[in-house]
Design a protein around this ligand. Sequence first.
Ligand code: PLP
Length: 387
Amino acid sequence: MQLAAAMSRLGTESAFEVLARATRLAQEGKDIINLGIGQPDFPTPANIVEAAVRALRDGHHGYTPANGILPLREAVAADMRERRGVDISPERIVVVPGGKVTMAFAMLMFGEPGAEIMYPDPGFPIYRSMIEFTGARAVPIALHEEHGYAFSAEELLAQITPRTRLIIVNSPANPTGGVVPKSELDKLVAGLARFPEVAVMSDEIYARMCYDGIPHASLTTYPEIADRLILLDGWSKTYAMTGWRMGWGVWPEGLAEQATRLAINVNSCVNAAAQWAGIEALTGPQEAVDEMVAAFEKRREVIVRELNALPGFTCPNPGGAFYAFPNITGTGRSSRELQDGLLQDTGVAIISGTSFGIHGEGYVRFSYANAIPAIEEACVRIRNWLG
Ligand code: PLP
């Protein structure tokens, strides 16, 4: 068999490998504390589950329009109006099986040999993987701890070349929890006026998880770039629906049709009952989301305090998402040594910063989607292990 060369360029998301290893160790009887996985530890709210069950009973068993049922896209448009203050026609919304699919579609639409796509590093590993899969050159935008892991618009703009087709930004961010301040977005948008042919994909999947009372700053609120901005958002993190596979993209006029054509070729549509559940999620009571976000904010306080008390660790306060990204250079160990050693010897699952790009060396990612006692116990085990 001869596979396409592109297959050798496809990367992966090591969080899934660490999860598999942790699960194997748990089956062997090891007591595992999982701070590796990037998903809420809460169940999907009951009203959403109920809506899916009702949809199945009501006979929603067939294909739907490839871009999603109209009442769902209308619910997304209403949510965009309410939370981001922007008017989006449901025609520009394409519902896909998870946030990742909007990402993949954007890369497939813009990436090819000779093109360049810029992505945050450290950042979600699928960005680089999918860019390279298309044959485009993946150009890292370095994120620095001392800037709260937000990009510098000046540095970013300086890296644009005539080959740049797409820039990916992510705030709040995985793996750092970093939030890009509005002032930096202002600078980016102002600078982009010089590069009218460059598109932007804004991954705002953690938009609802912003802390310290600072509202989420969205790139969708800039009309100057509305004709070349792709928004990635979805249900996975906000409504604890990672296994449902539900995401949405807002595409510029004209590109929604292209994204829908990709959907027709790849997935036909999203699971019909899940789409009805998605309407309930957006239009039903939001208390469960508020409680979950409040729980994350409390846990953030605990984990940042505990990590900063560990010898060799320093941890900035992340502004959003549910990740802490401490600097571990003071331990004298590499990120990978820490990830592998801690899992094997203490049962604490975390992810090496290098899984998120070259700029991740010297860091590890902790997901605090776990209960406070588990976070505290993990830190005790790490302290003992470090000696
Ligand atoms: N974007 C970022 C930054 C993420 O961290 C994730 C999931 O971890 C996704 C997108 C993908 O989300 P989904 O599970 O909806 O595909």
